[in-house]
Structures are given as C-alpha cells and as structure tokens.
Design a protein around this ligand. Structure first.
Ligand code: DGJ
Length: 761
C-alpha cells in the first residue's frame, strides 16, 4: 500500500533566492517561508504564511530606534537593534532580550554570541541527522534543503541551519548542527531547534496537554505579553505535555483560517513556547528544554540539534493535521511495516495482568484467532521474579518457567501454529531494585552518590547514556528475541527520570546526562530496527507518555493511552490526531465495566472508536459470551474492509468531542474512492435536534454506495443483547453528501454509527 505520492521537482523551484536582496523563498504547496541575509550578515525572518512568489522585500522596515533597545557599535544612526529584529537564529547577550535559539558559555564564563551568515547553499534532498530520528526522503528529488552557516567569530562557534522543504507540501523540517572551530572549549547552554518571529500577537495558542490516562487534550489560550509555554522536565516527552505547539490566527477553526505549528522530533525534555514582546511580535520556538541542559564542545567538537517540523495551514487545524499525517505516515515512519496493514492484536494485559500461564495464553490466542486476530501479545510478567510491578525488571533472560513451562519458544510456536504472530513486552530502559541485574550493577541506574534513589512504580531508570549499560541490555534483549519466533515487541517505559547524574561524566558535563539518555534509547531502538527488521515494534510509555515524532521514527505505532474507555478515548484520539496519523494510534477494545473509569459502553461502540486507530482487543475473550464473540468476528471482518482508508486516508474531524454531545470524524483515501465516517453519541438529550454531518473531502462528481451500521439500544436485554446493530445502504453523490450530509439519530447514550462509502463503478 502506498500512502504518499511524493512530488518530484527540480530543487530551484522549491527554494529560490532573490539574489539582489539575498532573500530566500521556501515554497510549499500553498505557503511560503521567507528569510533574508542582511548586509550585516544577520539572518532575518520575513514571512511564514500564504504563498508568495519571489520578489524584493527590501522596502519593509525591519527596525527603528527604540528606547531601551541597544544598538551594535556604529548602528545608532540607522536605528538598528537586535531587540526588535525578526531573527532566525537569535542569541542572548547582544541586545536581543527575547528568548534565544542557541546559547553558549565560553571558556572565560561569558555567554555572548554574535552569529552572522558566512555561507549559504541550496542542496537537493535532505540529510539524515546523526544519532537522531528525523523525517527523510527516498529520492533527493522529493525535497530541497537550504543550508545557512552562521559564525560567531570571537569564539569560532559555527552553526549550520538546515531548512528542508518537502515538495508539494506545506511542511518544512528545521534543525542545526554546531561545530566549535575555535581554539577553546565552550559549552552549549541552549539548543532549541526552531525559532520564528511573527509580526503580530493576536494568536490563540493550542497545546496538547493532560496526564496519565488523559493524554493530549486540546487546550487553547490567547497569547499575552510574555511567555506562554509548555514543556517537559521529566526526561521523556511525557503524558503531561506533547512536544507540539500551534498558533491559530483570529477566526481560524477546524477547516478555515491560518494555523502555524511546530512539532519536535525528539522524545526527551522539551520546551515549546510563544513569547509576545513589547511591540506585539511573537517569537515561536521549540527544542530541547534548556533546564539543566549543557553540552561541551571541545575544539573540533560538534552537536546536532533535533529536528522540528513546521507546518503552515490556510485550511485551519484540519489542513494542519493532514499535512503532518501525510508526512509522518510516509517519511517519518520507516521499514517494512510502514505501509503494511496493521495486524489485529489480542493483548493479555487487561485480560490477565500478571496471572497467566502457557495454557491460559494459548486459549486466549485460540479465541483471538477465532474472532479474527492476527497477533497475540504477551504483556508484562513473563520474566524474572515478576508477580506484580515491584520486582524483576532487567532480568530479561530469566523466563519464568513456572508460568511458561517450555519457555517462550513453546508458547510462541503454539501461537504460530494457530496461524498468528507472537508478540512480547519489554521495558528495556528500567531496572527493579529487586532484580539480579540491580544486585549485579547497583550503579547502572541514574542516581547521585550519597542521596536516596527516588523510585517510580518501584523501579529505577538505567543510565542508557553509558555504552556498557546499553550493550548489556541489548545483549539480553536480542538473545530473548532470537530464542523464539517473536514477530512483535511492545516497548514500554513506565516512569520519568529523577536524580539525573552519571558517573561516566565529569561534574562540569552533567548537563549532558538527560540528552545522552535519550540518545541511548534511540541507539537501542536503532539496533532493534536494523537487527530485527521483521519484528513490528509498538511504542508505549504507561500508555501514551511518549507519543512523539521521535518515537514514530522507530516504530510505526504507539499505545495511545492506558485509558481504553471508548468515551474517554474520543477526546484522547481527537487531541492525538492534531499531529499524529490514525495509523500511529493503537486502539483496543477492552472489557466493561472499563478498568480505568468503570463505564459501560456497548461492544459495537467500543469497536467503532477503535476503528479510528490500529484496531485490536485487550480483554479476556474466554469470558465473553458466544453472541459477543460472534459480534467480534463481524467487527474484525468489517475492520479489514475499512482498514485501508483508516490507515492511508486524509482525516476530517467533523464534530469535536469537546463540549459536544457527539463526536464524529471521517477518513477519505487520497484517490477519494473510499471513505469511513464514524459518529459516537456521548450523552443523549431530550427532544434534541437531529445532527447533520456534512462530509468533506469527497469527489463531488462521483456517486458513492453508503453502507450504514448503527447501534440501537433495545428497551430490554443486557450485555451484548442490550444493543442491536442495524445495517442499511443507499447511494448518494459526493456533492450531496458534502452539501446536505448524513443524519445521525440513534437514541441512547454511548451509541455509535459508521458509514462506509465506496465509489460505484
Ligand atoms: C503500561 C502499559 O501502558 C500497559 O499497557 C501495560 O503494558 C503495563 N505497562 C504493563 O506493566
């Protein structure tokens, strides 16, 4: 399945330089990003918005004398000050008092940087970033990169800024690499990835924030003078805030208006902020959180900043999301599973927790096979001393023979014999104090000598910045993966970092430890990707605690949240979809009453919500009735019919679950030959108006066969028989479906409908 049709075009049409004014136009499908090298060597930002054909923009005043805005030597007369200049690579200490992109502490303790352009070059394609995840191209003709090198002459610090335009999209990837060309060591103290100065302040900031089991809720707030920020200080991107920020222009909504967004391809501490200055300009930034960050650059040493993906939409949040989704599906996710249909899985976690044995798991797999699952995943508790979450992490080679007589091999082969793949859970970044690994190497976790070690879920975090720690974890993990036919790994991470200190680093370089941990995690994931290319890896961090573009580079999908309640999932999946495609969201049907919120929802509704992700099950099928299992069999059959459009389609969010009694969205294939519309009623309302769902993205000239499935609540009955699924079909033109819409009118709470559209002829 191909989900992306890259546009091949000659480099010069995507990035053009208006030579007389040294102005660069980075041209997207409907947008332009314009920057200019001033005669002084300063790199200024001119425009990020609607598409603009190359021209001179030297008439627009970029500066003027201002009280308390200092001037570089000799510049008072022309009123030049960095304090108000729109800059692409601002630094601190030279008269710009706003937040910097890059910061350094020199050998003499000073921190001033004066970065001026010394080189500029347009290159075909896009370079890979050493040791870091990043978007990529398969052919240099898919993208063009502008490389602009700036130099602080006094220190010899060189910063090469990279801007990649993906042809035919409105996405730009930004990153930079620092090289110390001077004779003395210095320390980078700030390494944000992108900074853009916008000439207005009337934006609404949109962030994706929440908590465990409540990830990525959409939060909006108007900007005010000063800094509006979200960040993670937890060592991972976190449940609390996502490394994403968007600014919405006045009047912008789901399908209309201008939105500018940044998403960081990084899984550690981050900062995303918008700073409104004294003159009503906004500086939008994203990058590694400067808190406790420092990186030593010896003479000749280099540092690679992570990549930020910048998206501009003139079609509201919907347009923004579709640009992110297309890019991530096709040029961030990698490997043989990128375009492959996501398997239907049965995972034993909520079915058994730690209480299982081979017989139980094989019975669960068999029941899974009967309802149409492709993959059986054994979750936590198969290794070491692990009867609960208090011990055993790190003892990966000690398979629990009491639970699994014959080991993983017998179990995996038993699952394979049913015609299913076998999958296994790991939490490679952790160690339990009660484990053989910890007893052998008590100094391998993050800790500060002489201080207590803070535990989270009774576990400690391994210092994966250290090569010897990574070697041991990888040796153990890879030997387990070779010991049995394992075709899937769930890679979990269940606590955040504390006492971040590493004996491998001298005191002055402890500011590197958190970033080195993230690089160490990436190194392990890269080994997984290279040495086990046929193993499908699912990301997880206590649900969706590390749902970020960095992780999507290593695995095509992520367990979206430990909250599997269908109604709660509406808001979680809605927020997640702002940046991340449906194909990246693992969505499972779980039991009722739901284990997280105790809500009872109809089985059909749980299925419809899980249809808007990568569909699977996480419940004890053996306790389900025959009727329920028959319904599940029909669900997996239906899922296979709609899987392509969910995985490859463009998303249109029709009704926002926030503040509405309904939620609805649809996916349409790029060819517009198929669409899936799903609608869930959250709470019913007496004497309510009927909801008209006006569809989007269809071909107005074609006729679609519309197959409807609706859940109806029956006056009597319980469990699976309390709700009945009613099916019907009709034909309608794309134009009418978009102008008039569909009627969603099932009575009752938590009921749901789907409309599967296919073109006729
Ligand atoms: C947290 C994950 O999100 C769950 O799905 C499960 O794998 C548990 N960890 C196991 O400890």
């Amino acid at each position: 399945m191909a989900s992306f049709l890259p546009i091949m075009s000659p480099p010069m049409s995507a990035i053009t330089c208006h030579e007389p004014t040294s102005t660069y136009f980075l041209q997207g499908a409907g947008s332009s990003y314009v920057l200019r090298v001033l005669p002084t060597g300063h790199l200024v930002h001119l425009h990020w918005g609607a598409r603009l054909e190359p021209c001179a923009i030297d008439w627009f005043p970029l500066w003027g004398d201002r009280a308390f805005s200092p001037n570089p030597p000799g510049m008072r007369e022309v009123g030049f000050t960095l304090d108000t200049l729109p800059q692409e690579a601002p630094a601190y200490g030279n008269g710009d008092y706003r937040a910097a992109l890059v910061g350094a502490r020199h050998a003499d303790g000073s921190h001033v940087l004066d970065l001026r352009v010394v080189k500029r070059e347009i290159r075909a394609g896009k370079p890979a970033l050493e040791g870091l995840p990043a978007t990529y191209v398969e052919d240099p003709a898919e993208a063009t990169t502008l490389a602009i090198t700036l130099l602080d002459k006094v220190a010899g610090l060189e910063i090469e800024l990279l801007y990649t335009v993906f042809h035919g999209t409105d996405a730009i990837a930004r990153s930079w690499r620092a090289v110390n060309r001077g004779g003395a060591a210095l320390q980078l103290s700030r390494a944000l990835s992108a900074s853009v100065d916008l000439p207005r302040a009337d934006w609404t900031m949109l962030q994706l924030s929440g908590a465990w089991a409540r990830e990525r809720q959409v939060v909006e707030r108007p900007l005010a003078p000063g800094v509006s920020a979200v960040e993670s200080r937890r060592g991972t991107s976190s449940h609390q805030h996502n490394p994403f920020i968007a600014l919405c222009a006045p009047g912008a909504g789901e399908e209309h208006g201008e939105v500018l967004a940044m998403n960081l391809v990084y899984s550690g501490n981050f900062l995303a902020q918008a700073e409104v200055d004294q003159f009503g300009s906004t500086r939008l930034q994203i990058g590694i959180n400067p808190l406790e960050f420092a990186w030593e650059l010896a003479p000749g040493g280099s540092f690679q900043a992570p990549e930020a993906v910048l998206v501009r939409s003139g079609e509201g949040l919907g347009g923004m999301s579709r640009t992110f989704h297309r890019l991530y599906r096709s040029r961030l996710v990698r490997g043989p599973f990128r375009d492959a249909p996501r398997p239907v899985l049965i995972n034993n976690w909520e079915a058994t927790y730690f209480k299982f044995d081979t017989d139980k798991l094989l019975a669960l797999a068999k029941a899974g096979k009967e309802v149409g699952c492709d993959l059986c995943v054994l979750d936590d508790g198969w290794f070491g001393k692990r009867e609960d979450d208090r011990s055993g992490l790190g003892d990966w080679t000690r398979v629990n023979q009491a639970k699994l007589p014959g080991g993983l091999k017998r179990l995996a082969e038993g699952v394979n014999a049913l015609g299913m793949r076998f999958g296994l859970w790991f939490e490679p970044e952790m160690v339990s104090p009660d484990s053989d690994l910890y007893r052998e190497h008590p100094d391998w976790c993050f800790h500060v000598p002489g201080r207590p070690r803070t535990e989270g879920r009774s576990q400690l975090v391994l210092d994966l910045g250290r090569a010897e720690v990574r070697e041991r974890i990888w040796a153990d993990m890879s030997s387990v993966l070779r010991s049995a036919p394992i075709g899937f790994v769930k890679w979990d991470m269940n606590r955040h970092l504390t006492e971040v200190w590493s004996p491998a680093l001298p005191p002055a370089r402890q500011g590197e430890a958190a970033h080195r941990f993230t690089l160490g995690v990436y190194d392990l994931l890269e080994r997984m990707h290279r040495e086990f290319p046929d193993v499908l890896v699912e990301g997880c961090s206590g649900g969706g605690g590390r749902f970020d573009p960095g992780m999507l580079f290593y695995h095509p999908y992520i367990w979206t949240s430990d909250n599997s309640d269908a109604i709660e999932r509406l808001r979680i999946q809605h927020g997640t979809s702002m940046a991340y495609p449906l194909s990246s969201m693992d969505a499972n049907i779980s039991a009722v009453p739901n284990h997280q919120v105790h809500r009872r929802t109809p089985l059909a509704t749980r299925a419809i919500v899980a249809f808007t992700g990568a569909f699977g099950y996480q419940l004890d099928l053996l306790t389900m009735t025959g009727d329920e299992r028959a319904a599940m069999r029909r669900q997996t059959e239906r899922w296979r019919q709609v899987r392509r459009v969910v995985q490859e389609g463009d998303l249109h969010r029709l009704v926002d679950p926030r503040g509405n009694r309904w939620a609805a969205w649809m996916s349409v294939t790029p060819e517009r030959d198929e669409a899936l519309v799903t609608c869930v009623r959250i709470l019913t309302e007496a004497n309510a108006g009927r909801l008209a769902l006006r569809l989007r993205g269809l071909d107005p000239a074609r006729t679609y066969r519309v197959r409807v499935t609706t859940t109806k609540e029956l006056p009597s009955g319980s469990g699976a028989t309390r709700h009945q699924e009613v099916e019907s079909a009709f034909d309608a033109s794309g134009a009418a479906l978009m102008a008039v819409g569909l009627r969603a009118d099932s009575p009752g709470d938590f009921v749901a409908s789907t409309w599967h559209l296919t073109t006729l002829g």
